[in-house]
Design a protein around this ligand. Structure first.
Ligand SMILES: Cc1cc2nc3c(=O)[nH]c(=O)nc-3n(C[C@H](O)[C@H](O)[C@H](O)COP(=O)(O)OP(=O)(O)OC[C@H]3O[C@@H](n4cnc5c(N)ncnc54)[C@H](O)[C@@H]3O)c2cc1C
Length: 413
């Protein structure tokens, strides 16, 4: 490819924080609440004008993974901030019916089932309210574009928005961009699955409304439902490929809806219609950032416990084995080391791109464990910032005690 050398120029320093989080998806917004509640001066940066990422921008409104979908399901493996979000949605009549077979637990008693469908608009509202209440600041419509390094220390980031290009400094950063954009720019090693090895491709969810009393099994709330729409595209983190994936799937929406009406004539009878396509195609996976530990298939399948546990996943491995492989235990631990990138300091990773092999990823990428990982990252970042410590050497027992005291399930009591 031909190259152009961008001339150096002075840019404004627009802020100095203790914790900056890049990406306001489910992991980033949870990290922001956790960091700010733990007294760190926190900024959350997001390229859209609302929170939720895949959950809202891509209309993926089915939050899985609060406990095992099948027995043994005695332990609710995700609590803390993710549970608070579900309870707030419940109070606002923002929960729909999960499309999955599962044992139903009593939300009113604070006991969550495996999975919940949520109203994406109410999800945007509740999560924005919670982040604001935590006192974290939010900078919307802002794109992370580069890193400011001093040797191996991440000192600042460069962002781009309507006001132009600017620099932001912080003691600790969290990469919750889903794609590991910050870590990749900081030259942390990462791996990516070969397109031929990814069984479950990216997909365009879309919303149908007017379904009234028609029986319909997808992610239903009110008289609307989000359906798994055209898929079989792969964008990963390449702008041209993402554009092709958007074009390919968007041009198939109405043909897809026609097929849906054919297989569900009750939807035609009530006059259901396509009400909304998402802001962005749902990207399932791209970079996996290399951390101090990489979760393995065996860890997930055997239900491995780790001394530095900071979250738990009990979700099935959805596709790798060619079938939905349920876990035969109450969940496996996600160790803190999976959030700590190799080589670069002052940085933590949250969300779907933590250090993991493909098989466990297909379990912990579900939104309940992803949020739990976000809470762990936000809490760890705040503790590091307040104690002037690097994430790599953070006192794990302090982090675990803090998480447990704030309602997180780590099976340590
Ligand atoms: C088609 C599909 C179906 C799925 N089905 C389910 C399901 O049924 N149940 C379930 O629980 N999970 C499901 N998942 C998985 C789940 O939705 C994701 O793993 C999870 O939402 C990822 O959250 P995250 O916070 O890690 O990342 P994301 O949701 O990707 O959030 C990243 C955020 O960072 C922002 N961002 C990215 N780059 C930049 C940048 N450079 N500058 C500024 N902001 C940036 C984005 O706008 C976004 O808000 C599905 C995913 C897809 C795509």
């Amino acid at each position: 490819m031909k190259k152009y050398t961008e001339p150096a120029k002075e840019i404004n320093i627009i802020g100095d924080y203790e914790v900056i989080i890049v990406g306001g998806g489910v992991s980033g917004l949870t990290a922001a609440i956790a960091s700010s509640r733990n007294q760190a001066k926190t900024l959350l940066i997001e390229r859209f004008g609302f929170l939720g990422g895949t959950a809202t921008a891509s209309l993926m409104n089915n939050i899985n993974g609060f406990r095992n979908q099948v027995e043994p399901d005695n332990i609710q493996t995700v609590k803390g901030i993710p549970q608070e979000i579900i309870l707030e949605l419940y109070k606002m009549d923002g929960l729909g019916k999960s499309p999955y077979k599962q044992k139903e637990y009593d939300v009113e008693k604070g006991e969550l089932s495996y999975s919940y469908c949520v109203d994406p608009e109410k999800f945007k509202y509740i999560t924005l309210k919670m982040v604001k209440k935590s006192n974290a600041e939010i900078l919307f419509h802002t794109y992370f574009s580069d890193v400011i390094m001093e040797e191996n220390d991440l000192k600042g980031i460069i962002i781009e928005n309507k006001s132009g290009r600017g620099a932001l400094f912080s003691k600790v950063f969290i990469d919750a961009s889903g794609d590991g954009d910050v870590a990749a720019r900081a030259k942390v090693p990462f791996w990516q699955a070969k397109p031929t090895d990814i069984a479950l491709k990216d997909g365009l969810m879309y919303k149908i409304s007017g379904i009234k009393n028609a029986l319909f099994g997808n992610c239903r709330y009110g008289d609307s439902s989000v359906v798994w729409g055209p898929a079989n595209a792969l964008g990963q983190n390449d702008a041209w490929k993402i554009s092709q994936a958007e074009i390919k799937t968007r041009l198939r929406v109405y043909a897809n809806f026609k097929l849906l009406l054919r297989s569900n004539p009750q939807l035609r009878e009530v006059g259901a219609y396509v009400a909304e396509t998402p802001s962005m195609i749902g990207i399932r996976q791209s970079r996996f950032i290399e951390g101090e530990y990489k979760l393995t298939a065996d860890d997930a399948i055997s239900g491995r416990r780790f001394d530095d546990v900071v979250a738990i996943s009990s979700c099935p491995i959805i596709h790798y084995y060619g079938y939905r492989r349920f876990l035969e235990h109450e969940g496996y631990d996600i160790p803190y080391r999976c959030l700590v990138p190799k080589k670069v300091d002052n940085l933590l990773i949250a969300g779907r791109c933590i250090s993991s092999e493909q098989q466990p990823y297909e379990s912990h990428r579900s939104m309940a464990p992803t949020m739990a990982i976000g809470q762990a990252a936000g809490t760890a970042a705040a503790l590091c910032a307040l104690n002037n410590e690097k994430p790599r050497i953070l006192d794990i027992s302090l982090l675990q005690q803090t998480l447990i005291s704030q309602g997180v399930e780590l099976r340590k009591s």
